[in-house]
Design a protein around this ligand. Structure first.
Ligand code: PMP
Length: 298
């Protein structure tokens, strides 16, 4: 399942450090840290009906990632917000939009890995595109990848960084296997997440998701946990083995870009899809998207 070019995005304007540029002109320097070392942090944010969904949570995670990476001259939350509002306004976007918000360590005075070479402050990129939920109405086929998701021993997955090479290698494996995505394990062989989403299973009415040891603490993941708690749906975080996932009643992924997507096959084992809890969660999540979020000021 590959996203296609959406002609509505043909002439979009992209924000780069205070300038709004046509997508063909929107470029960053070859000296930028994102180019030199994948040295950047990012957020994927979605707009529903004039509201930026969970905007505060995304801004908070962006700032925490930048702090963990020890970025200097980080723009303030207000500056980032204004950049997002200006970009959406310039593109007339109020709905059906996904934003890739990237903050890099910025330009270096010469090529090299040392962050001391970064003397100009961060680069802020706001790429807003018309994009519907990418997995809407689709069911996913996963294959287990040989590439492990990072443990905090190597690189803490709680930093939402742009250095996602192991996830990309896992996705390549999935592509060759003709699957929709790769299931990534942690260093102990327990389920971590997919290459770009968190994962949940349901067994006998109990919703289960891995401890956030080797996965991103996804904002959609935390909303699902909250929704379960508020609606008396039993939920636990625990280690999940691939065998347990094969034998689940239902399996689904969560993420801003694809929302809640049903998994119907893992490593050629069909998931039974019985119980109806996922449908209930999808409907509760949909209701939340109809009210939650920061209203656009234009
Ligand atoms: N895991 C990874 C590796 C991701 O890149 C993302 C998307 N940012 C997610 C999970 C889902 O996170 P969220 O619900 O915050 O979009």
């Amino acid at each position: 399942m590959i996203q296609q070019f959406d002609t509505r995005n043909k002439d979009i304007k992209v924000w780069i450090n205070g300038e709004l540029l046509h997508r063909d002109q929107a470029k960053i320097s070859v000296f930028d840290s994102a180019v030199q070392g994948g040295d950047a942090v990012w957020e994927g944010v979605r707009i529903y009906d004039g509201r930026i969904f969970c905007f505060e949570k995304h801004l908070n995670r962006l700032m925490e990632s930048a702090k963990s990476m020890d970025f200097s001259n980080v723009p303030s939350v207000e500056e980032v917000k204004n950049a997002v509002f200006s970009t959406l306004k310039a593109n007339g976007m109020k709905d059906d939009t996904h934003i890739r918000l990237t903050l890099t360590r910025g330009e270096k005075i010469t090529s090299g890995m040392n962050p001391k070479l970064n003397q100009f402050g961060c680069t802020l990129i706001v790429l807003a595109e018309w994009k519907s939920s990418i997995f809407y109405g689709k069911e996913l086929r996963l294959v287990t990848s040989n590439i492990r998701r990072n443990s905090p021993l190597c690189l803490d997955s709680k930093i939402h960084h742009a250095n996602l090479i192991n996830n990309i290698l896992a996705k390549i494996e999935a592509n060759y296997a003709g699957a929709d995505d790769a299931l990534m394990l942690d260093l102990d062989g327990f389920v971590a997440e997919t290459s770009a989403t968190n994962i949940f299973m349901i067994k006998n009415g109990l919703v289960i998701t891995p401890f956030p040891k080797a996965c991103l603490t996804g904002i959609t993941r935390s909303l699902i946990i909250e929704i379960c708690k508020n609606n008396n749906i039993p939920i636990v975080e625990q280690d999940i083995s691939v065998t347990e996932l094969y034998n689940a009643d239902e399996v689904f992924t969560t993420g801003t870009m694809g929302e809640l997507a049903r998994v119907n096959e893992i490593d050629n084992r069909k998931i039974e899809n019985k119980g109806g809890v996922l449908m209930q969660l999808q409907s509760l999540f949909r209701k939340l998207t109809e009210v939650e979020g920061e209203k656009l000021p234009f």
